[in-house]
Design a protein around this ligand. Structure first.
Ligand code: 9Z3
Length: 304
């Protein structure tokens, strides 16, 4: 059974930090509306589906948040203000360059009298300085607002609030929906309160999620430029599924990608046409990013 989107919001309580996030959204969009700036909402990372109210276990997906975090940086570079709505602990713009071991490998430690001095290795200084400058500029100029979600329900509540804040921007609002959103969930009233017992094999029944693109396009931000993503693992379905989504929701573009090749190739699907954007192996090895091609293509060819 598929619940309707109205049903979903009626039956699932809003996250605790929603009012605070709505305030931040309101201030951000008002400032950029007054300044005449375009604002893009980038969603990024995967949603979880909890199996219990007191959540010990949940269903998750593979998304690392690369597509969203890299694209957000390029939108900023092209002068857009960015609302970056991302899964807690997934990749974020700018800090993504310095995560895990990569971060420690940039540093060296020496001694100055009694004190340890930590510096960036000379061969990395330029790169760190470039990223750091862009990061500071984005925040100092208040061009970047970051908001988080974890569960599918938190994502849906935050998405609707973000749309409500973006609506006054009309066609100066762009939605770039790169988050990997669960197709199935357990409704709140069917979820176990406590940790599912391991005394026997559990029976877990998932439902189809309400298709949120429908109200988003027709009611919440009808004048915005909306880009959704379609992920498949079977190439023979990719274009037809992307086209079905466009015909059903009447938004502007679908960016279709395969799980296995998503960092190297995407297909831009519009009502009229579809074409491939791709990087050669050499470009990929040199650190070029397909998101730069995607964002440039959108800005040059599609967003008016
Ligand atoms: C995508 O297809 C993204 O490009 C990826 C990016 C999730 C593949 P990573 O974060 O991966 O860089 O590791 N996102 C959209 C997937 C999705 O859930 N689409 C839904 C659908 O196809 C709704 S818009 O129905």
């Amino acid at each position: 059974m598929v619940s309707t989107w109205e049903d979903f919001y009626a039956k699932h309580p809003p996250p605790q930090d929603l009012a605070q996030n709505e305030q931040a959204l309101k201030e951000f969009t008002r400032k950029h509306l007054e300044a005449g700036n375009k604002v893009v909402l980038v969603t990024s990372g995967g949603t979880t589906v909890p199996l219990e109210h007191n959540t010990v276990r949940f269903v998750d997906n593979f998304s690392a948040g690369t597509r969203g975090s890299v694209s957000a940086e390029y939108f900023l570079e092209y002068g857009y203000a960015v609302i970056f709505m991302y899964r807690v602990k997934s990749l974020e713009p700018f800090s993504r360059h310095f995560i895990g071991q990569k971060f420690l490998d940039l540093l060296q430690v020496s001694n100055n009298n009694e004190n340890s001095v930590i510096t960036v290795l000379p061969e990395y200084t330029q790169k760190v300085a470039t990223v750091l400058r862009k990061y500071r500029e984005a925040f100092n100029k208040k061009k970047l607002l970051q908001l988080t979600f974890t569960t599918f329900s938190e994502y849906l509540w935050l998405l609707r609030s973000a749309c409500q804040a973006l609506a006054p921007l009309e066609n100066k609002a762009i939605l770039y929906l790169a988050a990997a959103v669960s197709d199935f969930y357990i409704p709140s009233n069917e979820m176990s309160i406590h940790k599912i017992s391991s005394s026997g094999p559990p029976t877990i029944s998932l439902q189809l999620v309400p298709k949120i693109l429908a109200p988003l396009v027709s009611l919440w931000v009808p004048k915005a430029f909306v880009v959704s993503f379609k992920l498949e693992t079977d190439e023979s379905l990719l274009i037809s599924k992307a086209r079905t989504a466009l015909n059903k929701y009447h938004h502007n573009l679908v960016i279709a990608n395969m799980l296995q090749t998503r960092k190297q190739q995407v297909i831009i699907v519009s009502k009229e046409t579809n074409y491939v954007l791709s990087l050669t192996n050499e470009q990929l090895d040199n650190g070029e990013e397909i998101e730069q091609l995607i964002v440039r293509d959108l800005i040059e060819k599609h967003i008016k």
